[in-house]
Design a protein around this ligand. Sequence first.
Ligand code: ATP
Length: 291
Amino acid sequence: SPKEGKKTSDIPDIHYEDIGGLGRELDQVREMIELPLRHPEIFERLGIEPPKGVLLYGPPGTGKTLIAKAVANEVDAHFITLSGPEIMSKYYGESEGKLREVFEEAQENAPTIIFIDEIDSIAPKRAETKGEVEQRVVAQLLSLMDGLKGRGQVIVIAATNLPDNIDPALRRGGRFDREIEIGIPDKKGRLEIFQVHSRGVPLDLESVTLTEEDHVAEGEGSTDEERKRKKFLKPYAAATHGFVGADIALLVKEAAMHALRKSMVGIQMDEEIPLEILDTLRVTKEDFDEA
Ligand code: ATP
């Protein structure tokens, strides 16, 4: 897991397999970030500058933060998170200094990924909404990014829900000049996200019967249990049009809580939970329907 410095936020153990439905987007991110961090010599050989900044944009709860954490984890990079609104408020009057500090820490501990969440709040586009403080902070950020030298060992990932609201100067060459949309998942993506979030959940698979077709459809390589889990979850992936990853995570949690509440009927909070209840606890279709 990544090295942690004193100003580093805790980075949970997020890996690529914890992210559902963003295969293509992840490939792009890996090419832009993992490749230069792992193999700076390739970029030198080709005589091109590795990217310094990548902008992830899309609605809230779709996995932008997850992606940044997973990449940092995978390349064993130092990871620093900055929240746009926090830089502007908590460090009010010291925002520029804070940014400078972060970039220094990044270079000292390289390879480093700096993740700036809600960058639109630091660098809004319209002049009317941009006060003097914002102008100074944007100027500082631009100069720090322009000052990142050499071998691409510090990469800044920024996230926003509002890509059209950020200062266009940030999106020019040499800054956040790569953009990846992290959109709302489709049915297939939702199924993958359901699978990720129910990985450790004891689903009631006895309610699922596999047919000959299921075996053919799921292809080789998966076990009957995996096929059953998939078949159990499929109707929920189909029924949750418009849900993002964060919604699906919450739904699975709610279904599990529903199952738990049912099994706790008649048991006092301070009583020990009988082992056979834990052993037989299953999250059923009814629990998912209720959730
Ligand atoms: P925001 O703009 O609100 O910061 P975000 O896009 O950064 O949103 P995340 O913080 O990455 O969203 O996601 C929030 C939570 O939702 C995650 O911790 C995870 O549990 C779940 N989640 C979101 N997207 C996915 C996904 N593609 N696969 C699995 N889980 C996801």
